[in-house]
Design a protein around this ligand. Structure first.
Ligand code: BGC
Length: 484
């Protein structure tokens, strides 16, 4: 069997596998047609073929889970770490909160186009937060590092001023959600930008030093005690109230996970060997697949998305799962179907042709739309300059569902590797991120897949709202409690 233009299956000798969307997959037992009798349009075959290429079976997920485990071991091992793709950075956070932490802290939270400054007050297990969001423009994300850090320092100054705390110098935790090699709790070198950031002169530098320099330029007092990844903040924040939380997960603009590991398993550890004998590992799992190990599961649409990103060839697992990319995958599929005459009467509007125009929140809204007349779906498509016919609507919904379901199942393939490594019979995973919070079926798809992949373990997914900012303050508080 082979795949030809017009996406018609042509009978060859063994009608078992087809290449759909660039990925080899088992053909559904559709009627086989001869080339002569084929019409140029074969909607059912094309739609089914593309959707099928996005399906990951239990066996696929188990293979991905095993691969993730191999990557984790390579990242933790000193000899293989330099060439490892999943870097497994020790966070230098050694202890989870025990609920007794107290104090008044500032926190900064940078990880996407919204930057937040927070004041976090911890008292007897209670957390009070005041925060302000500052928009990071595209220009600031892709300008110079100095501009970016000056903007952060200015925002901190404004926030302190508005809170009447201009002269108060509280300990500060900085959530910086990009891959960093930590050299201590308050020392972290940015390895590479992700999620559309490219500010110059930051990669390879200690971002704590860059922040201190900006604050010195702007004459803002700063007492930075910890830099944490958002996954670590999320884990810390949930662990404050739920003691069996061992994994932190982000499913937002980007994706990543962290977990509590025994120091004896961390061959790359360079800190002291005293108590406590655990450390949180920031996995940076978004980079999984950069060595092509996921290629057989990726489709032509995944390749096309990668082509238009600033970090081409990198973060390939992240590009199949996270909010920054899912809308773009759907857009590319819709364009393909429309171009081949299978959607929108063959019309493709210029908006639909524009990269990144189909946002991931549209996926969430389309899949959430349960109205009989598909009002939301119609409104979204019309805003993109196309008018779906009644028969287009179910196709669009199926495309969105296939892309989001694949993402949810893939994230669990990674999680199952971590759950198995931890080896507990019961545990809680702290989760944050817009995809998890807002998508109608992401969480339930994850739960179903967890039952498939780790049936013997009771795993609870717990929303860790606002975890990343709050968590940075908790890291600062735990450091204060332990006197480090
Ligand atoms: C970054 C991670 C971060 C994740 C979620 C990824 O792009 O590399 O550090 O945790 O996004 O924000």
């Amino acid at each position: 069997m082979r795949w030809i233009r017009n996406r018609v299956f042509i009978n060859m000798k063994t009608p078992k596998w087809v290449n759909v969307g660039g990925r080899w997959t088992k053909a559904t037992p559709e009627p086989v047609q001869s080339e002569k009798t084929v019409s140029p349009k074969s909607t059912k075959n094309e739609v089914d073929g593309i959707l099928q290429s996005l399906v990951l079976s239990k066996a696929d997920l188990e293979e991905i889970s095993d691969l993730m485990r191999q990557n984790m071991d390579r990242g933790l091992n000193r000899a293989t770490n330099p060439s490892a793709v999943v870097k497994m950075f020790p966070s230098f956070v050694r202890s989870l909160p025990d609920g007794t932490e107290k104090g008044d802290f500032f926190a900064l939270d940078l990880g996407g186009s919204n930057f937040r400054v927070l004041r976090v007050q911890l008292l007897d297990g209670d957390v009070q937060m005041t925060s302000k969001v500052y928009k990071i423009s595209q220009g600031t994300m892709t300008g110079t590092g100095e501009q970016l850090f000056d903007y952060i320092a200015d925002s901190l100054a404004e926030f302190k001023n508005e809170q009447g705390l201009s002269d108060v110098d509280l300990p500060l935790g900085f959530t910086f959600s990009f891959p960093c090699k930590q050299n201590g709790l308050a020392s972290a070198e940015l390895v590479q930008w992700t999620k559309g950031f490219s500010a110059s002169g930051v990669e390879g530098k200690d971002v704590v030093v860059l922040l201190k320099e900006a604050c010195a330029r702007k004459k803002v007092a700063l007492q930075i005690v910890a830099l944490v990844n958002d996954t670590v903040g999320t884990l810390m924040s949930c662990a404050y109230s739920c003691s069996d939380t061992y994994i932190g997960l982000i499913l937002g603009t980007g994706t990543n996970a962290c977990y509590l590991e025994k120091l004896s398993n961390v061959d790359t550890w360079t800190g002291d060997d005293g108590e406590p004998r655990d450390v949180i590992i920031n996995m940076e799992w978004g980079a999984f697949g950069t060595d092509k190990s996921l290629d057989k599961f990726r489709t032509k649409f995944d390749n096309e998305v990668d082509e238009v990103t600033l970090n081409k060839g990198k973060q390939l697992y992240e590009k199949m799962i996270s909010g920054m990319y899912l809308g773009e995958i759907v857009r590319l599929i819709l364009v393909k179907l429309a171009t081949d005459g299978d959607l929108f009467g063959g019309q493709v509007s210029s908006d639909l042709k524009t990269p990144w125009k189909f946002e991931t929140r549209f996926l969430t809204d389309i899949e959430s739309d349960t109205s009989d007349n598909n009002a939301e779906c119609n409104t979204i498509l019309k805003s993109l300059g196309v008018t779906p016919s009644p028969s287009d609507l179910p196709v669009i919904r199926r495309v969105c569902a296939a892309v989001s379901t694949r993402a949810a199942r893939l994230s669990v393939a990674g999680l199952s590797a971590v759950v198995k490594k931890i080896g507990a019979a019961e545990l809680t995973i702290a989760v944050d991120g817009s995809l998890y919070k807002k998508h109608p079926t992401f969480k339930s798809n994850m739960e179903k897949t967890l039952k498939e992949l780790v049936p013997g373990v009771t795993v609870k997914l717990m929303l860790s709202e606002d975890g990343s900012g709050k968590g940075a303050a908790l890291v600062a508080a735990v450091a204060a409690r332990l006197g480090s």
